[in-house]
Write a protein that binds this ligand. Structure first.
Ligand code: ADP
Ligand code: GN1
Ligand code: MG
Length: 364
């Protein structure tokens, strides 16, 4: 049987293998850190098994990732930056491919571990969270000249909320294969009550008021690397969902994850709310880099987008719960239900703070 150790041998790594360990807290892929010794120099590589159930076309996914990272490397070089710390550096296989396709169609890719870096699941201070806003804003700005039409759509309708409602949520509810709908009547009712709001951003894109840009689409705090000593942001990682999209969702998903007073799977809902201080800190960081790129319609819809993406993820977790936990990794049987309740509670809290969020955007 193929092991992670035999997979490592397929990549063009330098030196002799010392160790390989699983790492990270992502819900989709499996990440390993492999340590090598190269004539006295220690080298680390990140190797990931890409989830083929979620990403159906790995060739297209890797083409996107290579196109975006090589473009970023050029932009960083032109501004005198450090290419190896400010974006990801992918390593090809020994036969020159962008990834390795192993037994049972499992796909693996590898990149250089950014030394002395750290990622966070929570920001202990608003300053740290603001720094992640700078990182995602800079990502948006640096890719401003990259034509998003060059990118493949790796997951169609990824942030098309109304599409997810009609094509994933409602069918999963109708089938209710695990007989779980009775346990989430309130959540189902809330989602249904939001239906009319779900297409607002799609309509603005359709009308040409909101442009399609190169977007990251998974802007969680733990997808930014910081310098371990100075806590300065280094780069944005986890580029699997880089696609054409709206910049609004990149702002919004970061708020959903990082400006919540609790973790995404906190079961005690009394601890879950939107921290407006964190919202303001991120907004200032993000707009300091991307503010000049966004138009007025985009800026005005940032708070609405924060609510919409939180509702969307709550609905995605609930869909997965109703379907029998096939998409997101879970640690215990009701994990997806806990996550769904958490996100929907956060969405409701955001709704009650819409005016405050609007004021912060207007004054930033
Ligand atoms: P996932 O899809 O599982 O979220 P990520 O690509 O975000 O995968 O990687 C998981 C974690 O591994 C990150 O949060 C980060 O801590 C670490 N990591 C990923 N790539 C690198 C890298 N190039 N250098 C250092 N750490 C990394
Ligand atoms: C997944 O892989 P990870 O954990 O960074 C998901 C995101 C969700 C997120 C919720 C491809 O991201 O859309 O917002 O979980 N990624 C995919 O934590 O579905
Ligand atoms: Mg990640």
């Amino acid at each position: 049987m193929e092991t992670i150790y035999s997979v490592l041998g397929k990549f063009d790594f330098k030196g002799d293998l010392i160790s390989c360990k699983e790492f990270g807290s992502g819900h989709i892929n499996k990440t390993y850190i492999a340590k090598y010794s190269d004539g006295g120099t220690e080298r680390r590589y990140v190797v990931q098994k890409v989830n083929g159930n979620v990403f159906k076309n790995i060739d297209e996914l890797m083409e996107n990732v290579f196109a975006v990272t090589s473009y970023l490397r050029d932009v960083i070089a032109q501004s005198g930056g450090d290419q190896d710390r400010e974006t990801l550096h992918y390593i090809k296989t020994t036969d020159g491919r962008q990834y390795y396709r192993g037994q049972g169609n499992a796909c693996y890719r590898a990149y250089i571990f950014v030394e002395n870096s750290i990622s966070y699941d929570r920001a202990d201070t608003p300053e740290l969270f603001a720094a992640s806003g700078v990182a995602f804003g800079k990502f948006q700005r640096m890719l401003g000249g990259f034509d998003s039409r060059r990118l493949h759509v790796t997951i169609p309708n990824f942030h098309n909320t109304i599409w997810r409602y009609e094509n994933e949520f409602l069918p999963s509810l109708k089938l209710d294969v695990k007989d779980r709908a009775q346990k989430c009547a309130d959540e189902i009712e809330y989602i249904n009550s939001c239906k009319d709001e779900m297409s607002r951003l799609e309509e603005l894109v359709g009308a040409g008021d909101i442009p399609l840009r190169v977007t990251h689409n998974d802007t969680k705090l733990n997808n930014v690397l910081f310098d371990r000593d100075t806590n300065e942001c280094l780069c944005v990682i986890d580029l699997d969902t880089v696609m054409p999209g709206t910049a609004l969702f990149d702002f919004a998903d970061a708020i959903r994850f990082g400006a919540s007073t609790a973790a995404e799977d906190e079961a005690d809902l009394s601890k879950v709310s939107l921290d407006l201080g964190y919202f303001e800190a991120y907004t200032k960081g993000f707009l300091s880099e991307a503010g000049g790129t966004l138009n007025d319609c985009e800026k005005a819809n940032l708070p609405f987008a924060a609510w919409l993406i939180t509702l969307e993820l709550g609905m995605r977790f609930l869909t997965d719960y109703l379907t029998g936990d096939e998409y997101f990794k879970t640690a215990y049987p009701e994990h997806n239900l806990v996550r769904a309740k958490n996100q929907l509670a956060l969405a409701k809290d955001m709704q009650s703070k819409m005016e405050e969020m609007d004021n912060i955007i207007r004054n930033s």
